[in-house]
Design a protein around this ligand. Structure first.
Ligand code: NCD
Length: 320
């Protein structure tokens, strides 16, 4: 099997063939999800726990639906009401959950690296649903599937990622994934929102939208992540929209058939004009949400196969 990993903690360790294995399987789940009867059994008998230490709408809902459609028992741990609020450490929470024998643990956490740490303490497969500004692998995979379906390929495209790059795990995972598949990546945003030494990642950096968008096939907008800023990054939202907000005028610099993406949640009138976001000829934002469920089904299916195989080997070892 091409996809060998035990966990999905990030895009960084994945080989191109593993990425494509996820996308190919996800295509099958797109078809299943469009049927009236959306039932698979890849996760039948397995327990999936979703643990979100940070607010989420689409990611959590998407993982929940994905698990249920494949037959898993899905539990959403409400962190706000859990003993985390009483001061329990992440590790203690992980050990408590581990004792309940989950098979899949989906975790979002505000600290970069927290999900990797947790994965070392539990016996099940762990999926990173976003850790700080580090990685958000399923978002990059669903973006890749959306791009491949819209453009018919996932190589040799010019992809502009615009806005708050410095605080964005979505940008990081996308840069890694799209880079592995030999695309040309441009980052556009104010210098205050560009991470240091970003050019080492083999990307081109711009602080002017018209220049950066020139000839782009894909325009990916990012939310201004105020919760990760400690003040002073951007002058005012109005000024930001004026310089970096995507509107019809700025989009003219990109290719005529360029698609517009946004991971959500959107700030209309800040990083993107509402009319562009709703323009079904340009925006694939709703497709991204649809692909999200299919990609998460594929990821959990592949991890469950590896988990079953590993446990089978362990059991055989015990008997031998
Ligand atoms: C992103 C996230 O949480 O990292 N949203 C998402 O998963 N759909 C991006 C964001 O919060 O701006």
């Amino acid at each position: 099997m091409t996809f060998r990993a035990k966990h999905l903690l990030g895009i960084e360790p994945l080989a191109p063939a593993e990425i494509l294995a996820v996308l190919d399987l996800a295509e099958r789940y797109v078809a299943l999800n469009r049927r009236t009867e959306k039932r698979g059994d890849a996760l039948a008998g397995l327990t999936q726990i979703n643990m979100f230490f940070e607010a989420s709408t689409r990611t959590q809902a998407s993982f929940e639906l994905a698990g249920k459609r494949l037959g898993a028992d899905v539990m959403n741990m409400s962190v706000a009401q859990s003993s985390v609020k009483k001061g329990e450490t992440l590790i203690d929470t992980a050990l408590t959950l581990n004792a309940m024998h989950p098979d899949l643990l989906v975790v979002r956490h505000p600290a970069s690296g927290a999900v990797d740490l947790l994965a070392q303490k539990v016996e099940c497969a762990v999926i990173n649903a976003g850790d700080g500004r580090h990685e958000h692998p399923t978002q990059a995979l669903l973006d890749a599937l959306t791009i491949r379906r819209a453009k018919g390929r996932l190589q040799r495209l010019t992809i502009a990622i615009c806005g708050d790059i410095a605080h964005s795990r979505v940008a990081r995972s996308n840069i890694l994934l799209l880079g592995k598949l030999e695309n040309r990546i441009r980052l556009i945003g104010p210098p205050t929102l560009m991470p240091a030494r970003i050019a080492d990642f083999g990307v081109e950096v711009f602080d002017d939208m018209a220049e950066g968008l020139r000839g782009a096939d894909v325009v990916m907008m990012l939310r201004l992540q105020r919760e990760r800023m400690d003040g002073g990054f951007v002058p005012s939202e109005r000024e930001y929209f004026h310089r970096y907000g995507l509107d019809a005028e700025k989009l003219k610099a990109a290719k005529e058939d360029a698609i517009v993406m946004h991971p959500g949640p959107m700030n209309r009138g800040v990083e993107i004009d509402g009319t562009i976001a709703d323009d079904i000829n340009r925006s694939v934002i709703q497709e991204q949400v649809e692909m999200g469920v299919a990609v998460r089904m594929a990821v959990m299916d592949l991890l469950a196969r590896n988990l079953r195989a590993e446990r089978g080997r362990q059991a055989a070892g015990v008997m031998a």
